[in-house]
Design a protein. Structure first.
Length: 264
């Protein structure tokens, strides 16, 4: 007798049975450490992860035994062993592997920092960067997150959505001003993203960070799908928006074209 196709209800039940709640809670606790740049108490973590204290305590004891957390029963912090998780992602991520040497070349020519980001929900996450030796920079380290709506990389990545989906996505966001220049009107943000898509790049001037502007282009897979965004950023004292378009945009576009046939 042929096997019957699962109903939608059966499929959902099956998926639910494969969900490991304990693992999910453990990951929530690990992520909670990034909220405050300091060791955290049991109460801090319980509140941040929205979990009972007893549950968080058991998770912490497990993480301590595994070497991912260190603590003195009062204050807890992550250990360098957690970097193994990030390392596993970076070494298995084709985008970073392909883009890093290309970004190194661009950063050297531009004499400014070049970064690579992907979209994660309403935020962008920086997964690779290259900095010329003379430039000291902070903030946009690997793993750093920023709101997508007000960053050049975020607007490029949101631009891959069809207009209807883009409108629904932005309408569902809470647009909090990051600086005095941040565009928070949703209709204006949507219109800007669509305009940037048409231009093929996005330039954001002090909307995400005071005194900082950046220009980004989409990074496309071999089939044309946008899978990441690359940017060059600089302090306003070092470069004008016009110079960014004249000097940096050609470098970014050249890099994007070179990467596309390599990304599958």
């Amino acid at each position: 007798m042929p096997r019957l196709k699962r109903t939608e209800e059966e499929e959902k039940a099956r998926e639910g049975s494969e969900f490991i709640e304990t693992l999910d809670r453990g990951l929530r606790v690990i992520q909670s450490f990034g909220i405050d740049r300091r060791p955290m108490t049991l109460s801090d973590l319980s509140k941040s992860a929205n979990l009972p204290r007893a549950t968080v305590r058991r998770i912490l004891m497990t993480l301590v035994r595994s070497g991912f957390v260190v603590g003195d029963e009062r204050l807890f912090s992550l250990t360098p062993r957690v970097l193994l998780l990030a390392s596993a992602y970076l070494t298995s991520n084709q985008i970073s592997t392909v883009m890093q040497p290309l970004m190194d070349e661009v950063a050297g020519k531009a004499k400014e920092v070049c970064s690579l980001a992907i979209l994660d929900g309403e935020e962008v996450v920086f997964i690779a960067r290259s900095s010329p030796a003379r430039v000291f920079s902070t903030g946009l380290d690997i793993g750093y997150r920023l709101p997508a709506f007000c960053t050049s990389v975020g607007r490029v990545l949101l631009g891959r959505l069809a207009n209807d989906e883009l409108t629904r996505t932005v309408d569902g966001m809470k647009l909090a001003a990051q600086t005095q220049s941040t565009l928070v009107d949703k209709s204006a943000v949507i219109a800007t993203i669509i305009a940037d898509r048409t231009k093929g790049y996005s330039l954001v001037d002090q909307e995400a960070e005071e005194g900082f502007r950046s220009i980004s282009v989409p990074i496309r897979r071999y089939d044309g799908a946008v899978i990441a965004a690359a940017n060059i950023g600089a302090h306003v004292d070092r470069i004008t928006t016009g110079e960014m378009i004249d000097r940096f945009l050609p470098l970014l576009k050249e890099m994007s074209l070179a990467a596309q046939p390599l990304l599958v």
